[in-house]
Design a protein around this ligand. Sequence first.
Ligand code: ZN
Length: 485
Amino acid sequence: MKELACLAIDTVRSRGATYGDIRIIYDRSQTVATRNGQVSSIGKEETYGFGIRVIANGSWGFAYSSKVSKDEIARVAKQAVDIAVASSKVMKDPVKLAPEPAYETRWQSPYIINPFDVRDETKLDMLMKIDEILRKNKKIVAAETFMDFIEETQYFMSTEGSWIIQNLLRSGAGYSATAVGNNDQQERSFTPVFKQTGYEMIGNIGLLENAERVREEAVELLTCPDLPNGKKTLIITGDQLALQIHESVGHATELDRVLGFEANYAGRSFATPEKMGNFIYGSNIVNIVADATLPTGLGTYGFDDDGVAAQRWHIIQNGILQSYMINRETAPMIGLNRSKGANRAEGFRHIPITRMTNLSLLPGDWEVDDMIKETKDGILMDKNRCWSIDQHRLNFQFGVEYAYEIKNGKKGKVFKNANYQGITPHFWATCDAIAKEKYWVPIGVPNCGKGQPGQRAEMSHGCSYARFKNVEVGVSIKGAKNKEI
Ligand SMILES: [Zn+2]
């Protein structure tokens, strides 16, 4: 493998590239899924190929192939340089990369059991048990369960002397129940768990233990009232809070969007560079940290696809905007001399782009019971159902599966079709309570979409419960679920 990588590097150098890297990637994935007692997916997929990225005449060039051979690597290396030279004819400013040391090393996801060594029958047996529990109530018309596994082996070499081998293994599982009755249809899900770990997680995440609750809550929702419109104190949990962080902080602080290079999928951002170090993004208890070293995080790695070592840094500290998701190209544009290591590509077919690492709201000092007890007129919302946010990442609206009122510190009525909306910095400024570390969990997002051609990436958002004051809540318009977030 090293010989093939060296060939790419020698070829791009001899053709005049001032920088070049090759990523040779083998990955395999599997989705095992059931629907109403039938197997709906069990297939395994494999891909193998390489991408070569260069800078020549100050411009980027990129080419890839799924045929890993000496001849093809030499051909694609030349093609990448030719593309860069052609691109340089319309170049505004030559690309400058922030310096990074060269590394010769290997990085491996920690795990105990490789899911690709586990028999399909074992996986299906667990999913079928869940399916059976979910369909015990006649009002459930659709029970869907799944497990996802992906293992990616990447070989990275650059003209700067790096030779990095990484093996990333990710596992996920979840399920949902759809109930019909009372002229309505409602879905309740087990918040899917995605981690960078092995099959050992499957027995430890409460899959079976929660199936009855999920089923009964789906049925319960059919006879619940819609959430009335109004301003309430809002407590958000789990993957809904994760998505709030993802959409209103994560994408808003990707420096390529901030600088205007990325406008797809509600690109751009209000969080412009003159705000760095002084803009009040949230209340002073809001601390949001990017961390590519977070144990079990989906966005955890040794090195990004620029060959930059994984780091941890504050995006928001005590409520103030401090930094961004930054790669080697954008770091010098805001006066920094090192990338934060947030440049990643989906597979070998894509050029790396600025990507969120794991991004987490640090825990506070509240017990959840106290947070609820000290809420007079509030709503607790759980499990995202749909979302939208404008291209500046300012105005947002989120719908959830399940919500209940809190009256004078006690749980009250359950509501369906609950929704809240806000404006990013105003919303985060009303955050007045965050639960303790014991409630804090990293929630994996396996389907973040960005770029054109579109690329998928994965990351986790650590969060506990958080409370926000004076939030606009009400009934949501039922819409199609968002496929990418
Ligand atoms: Zn996303």
